[in-house]
Design a protein around this ligand. Sequence first.
Ligand SMILES: C[S@@+](CC[C@H](N)C(=O)[O-])C[C@H]1O[C@@H](n2cnc3c(N)ncnc32)[C@H](O)[C@@H]1O
Length: 282
Amino acid sequence: MEADIFTKRIKDLSTEERERLDEQNKRLVPEFKANKLEIDAQRHWDLFYKRNETRFFKDRHWTTREFQELLADQQCTSTGARRRTLLEVGCGVGNLVFPLLEEQIKEQSSNQGFYFYACDFSPRAVDFVRANPLYDAKHMTVFQCDITTQQVHEHIAASSLDVCTMIFVLSAIHPDKFADVVRNLWHLLKPGGLVLFRDYGLYDMAQLRFKPGHKIAENLYMRQDGTRSYYFSELQLAQLFIQNGFEVLDNSYVHRRTLNLKEGIDVPRIFLQGKFRKAAAS
Ligand SMILES: C[S@@+](CC[C@H](N)C(=O)[O-])C[C@H]1O[C@@H](n2cnc3c(N)ncnc32)[C@H](O)[C@@H]1O
């Protein structure tokens, strides 16, 4: 079964791509270094934000197109005009939450939209969110936490959230801790609450591009700056959520292109996008 998870899409690969994956296996990250990367994970992300400040990630304006549940005027009819609650896990500098908040303020919709919680591992990222002119405790609370631990439960009550978003975050976490993260989200969500997920898909071009010396474990790699990235298969993600009390509503690869006309970049990308619901009776 385990083998199927990772070989399901291998047939799509060209000979050259298979060769590149084989090359990566010739020199793995040594075990002591892999362990150190895990110990220093927070430091590496904090240094990332020290270097890049708010410049690295673009605002994610596509989220309401892909996930209708994020539209400010989408109201749970069963709850009348109740304000919904959303946690953005691994929020970085707020590229997902601020566009949503801006839209919500602009629309001044008849219902009250979301109250946002946002958390990140990196204290610097959290400071950048707090320093954003749109940050207002009336609409949002940001806090520092490691989502693989129990820290988040000091900030948010159990069974209180309508939505959790995880956008390119789980890939930054060691696979041994994926289940801890998903169980945490399960405890925070109300029955019927949703996890909205997008992350790197198996054999995305960023995975195929790694040179020997960067692979840590199956589908887990180290970047130059010490941050890590994992590449997910559909089946593996579905299993992760099902085994931890969720139903799968959507889970599929999305094919996009990264375009930068100025730098002449136009490359195909593979992401995995999912929607998972906390099972009512689990
Ligand atoms: C690739 S960035 C994505 C940021 C943001 N979600 C976005 O889409 O722009 C990954 C983020 O996950 C955060 N992160 C990594 N490990 C984490 C952990 N264990 N707990 C909370 N956040 C974590 C990092 O600090 C970083 O901000």
